[in-house]
Design a protein around this ligand. Structure first.
Ligand SMILES: C[S@@+](CC[C@H](N)C(=O)[O-])C[C@H]1O[C@@H](n2cnc3c(N)ncnc32)[C@H](O)[C@@H]1O
Length: 256
């Protein structure tokens, strides 16, 4: 798949994931803009926030993701597109002239940084870009290593979606390929079978490596980067961070 096609496919495959959007929209409304959206991809969150009236600096390292973001923002109207500032940059090493009351990093995006030095560099850059009293909100998955090891290599059927515009059904599945207990890096594959009305199927498989953060590790890492944790939840509706939590959701401020 060409990179531009991959960005379009990313947008389409993740359009159905909306569990976190009420939280990001409420926080952006409460804190006001401008908002920094780190690792924004094709703007799943950024376009929603811009649609609500926030100015959003949407940063990503992949220019194809940003092109698709501009296209999708444009499709929502010139007023939405005008509020999006797409920034091609590295979240470990970026410098903008703006200071933000709110920075977010949604949908496990911090997990793409698998090296501790990169994680710290990114957090320090975020902290440096916060306005006085600014907050950094992000989510990462809650690791369940026993489950990952049990499921290693087993293909899990995930969601199924209809894409009426193309007359296709999309069958999502995933499996873990490896887990390194020393670095806490997991490798997993996402497969999407695009099944056309005549049954002919196009399959795409993407492999990702992600860091699995434990809550106590994050507490140390955030403190080292100069953040204090204001709230830590196990889900997007403020669920307790504990046994059975599917996510870790953090609200952080600059440490005194
Ligand atoms: C999980 S996706 C982002 C999803 C998006 N935050 C959302 O909520 O829909 C991860 C994104 O991080 C970007 N990325 C990976 N490493 C990066 C880096 N070092 N700097 C900036 N962007 C990076 C990828 O291009 C990709 O778009």
């Amino acid at each position: 798949m060409r990179d531009a096609d991959a960005a379009r496919a990313f947008a389409a495959e993740h359009a159905h994931y909306t569990d976190d959007l009420p939280l990001w929209r409420a926080v952006a409304r409460e804190r006001g803009g401008p908002v920094l959206d780190l690792g924004c991809a094709t703007g799943r969150v950024a376009v929603e926030l811009a649609g609500d009236g926030a100015d959003v600096w949407a940063l990503d390292g992949d220019p194809h993701m940003l092109s698709e973001l501009r296209r999708l923002a444009g499709a929502r109207g010139a007023h939405v597109a005008a509020r999006i500032h797409a920034v091609a940059g590295d979240m470990r090493d970026f410098s903008l002239d703006v200071r933000f009351p709110l920075a977010i990093c949604a949908m496990n995006t911090l997990q793409v940084l698998t090296e501790p030095a990169d994680q710290l560099a990114c957090l320090e850059r975020v902290r440096a870009h916060l306005a006085d009293g600014g907050e950094f909100w992000f989510d990462v998955s809650m690791p369940d290593v026993a489950d990952i090891l049990d499921a290693m290599g087993l293909v899990r059927a995930d969601a199924e979606h209809a894409d009426p515009s193309m007359g296709e059904r999309w069958l999502h599945s995933s499996w873990y390929e490896a887990y390194d207990p020393v670095t806490q890096t997991a490798a997993y594959c996402l497969r999407v079978d695009h099944v056309a009305a005549d049954g002919i199927t196009r399959t795409s498989v993407r492999r990702h490596e992600v860091h699995l953060y434990t809550p106590s590790e994050l507490a140390h890492l955030l403190a080292r980067a100069g953040f204090g944790v204001l709230e830590a939840w196990g889900g997007f509706a403020g669920e307790p961070l504990g046994d059975g939590a599917g996510h870790q959701v953090y609200r952080c401020g600059v440490a005194e």
